[in-house]
Design a protein around this ligand. Structure first.
Ligand SMILES: Cc1cc2nc3c(=O)[nH]c(=O)nc-3n(C[C@H](O)[C@H](O)[C@H](O)COP(=O)(O)O)c2cc1C
Length: 184
């Protein structure tokens, strides 16, 4: 029996979308992008309901999820009411301009959301690249345990998302895929 992973995300300018695509590559996941108004199409809601794992992704805006992602979170209250996502796996990622940029607050919001839904949170399970010899091209250079972090300079295009962050995103997708295997 194969398990399915759905990634629901918002991206205002395309940077978080690149991260989402990299997570999807190795996680063999389906992508569900919120539109500019934070609306998710009905078939995407159905896909989330059918998924075994839901990965949550938002850029960090003003130290939190974007308002579009918050709209999605609030809209999910009807799902919450019946605990329809209970015991699905959950994981989260965010991208922002600063190396820090208060990204942990965004991951915290995603984590809390997952717990309201009774989901099972999966962290990165990755050691940090924090030695003197470490570079921006290394996996988990941003040294995040609780969720995937990426940093894209404010003046960089989506094509310039750091190679190391894309590799980290692929490793994160693989981690979620492998974690699901334990439920077989
Ligand atoms: C309204 C707004 C608020 C932002 N707030 C932050 C922030 O708190 N921390 C940070 O590091 N970057 C912040 N940024 C920069 C974005 O996180 C960064 O440009 C990111 O790559 C955007 O991702 P996206 O293209 O997927 O929307 C902000 C950008 C916008 C437009």
């Amino acid at each position: 029996m194969s398990h399915s992973i759905s990634i629901v995300f918002h991206s205002g300018y395309g940077h978080t979308r690149r991260i989402a695509q990299a997570v999807a590559e190795s996680g063999d996941a389906r992508l569900h992008e919120l539109d500019a108004e934070g609306v998710l199409a009905a078939p995407d809601w159905e896909a989330l309901q059918a998924a075994d794992a839901i990965v949550l992704g938002s850029p960090t805006y003003m130290g939190n999820v974007s308002w579009q992602f918050k709209r999605f979170m609030d809209t999910s209250s009807s799902v919450w009411m019946h605990q329809r996502w209970k015991n699905k796996l959950a994981a989260g990622f965010t991208n922002s301009a600063g190396i820090n940029g208060d990204k942990l607050a965004t991951l915290g919001a995603l984590f809390t959301f997952s717990q309201q839904h009774g989901m099972l949170w999966v962290g990165t399970g990755m050691m940090p690249a924090n030695a003197k010899a470490s570079t921006r091209d290394d996996v988990n250079y941003l040294a995040s345990f609780s969720g995937l972090m990426a940093a894209t300079p404010a003046d960089a295009s989506p094509e310039e998302v750091a190679v190391g962050d894309l590799q980290t995103a692929r490793a994160f997708g693989e981690r979620i895929r492998q974690t699901l295997q334990r439920f077989k």
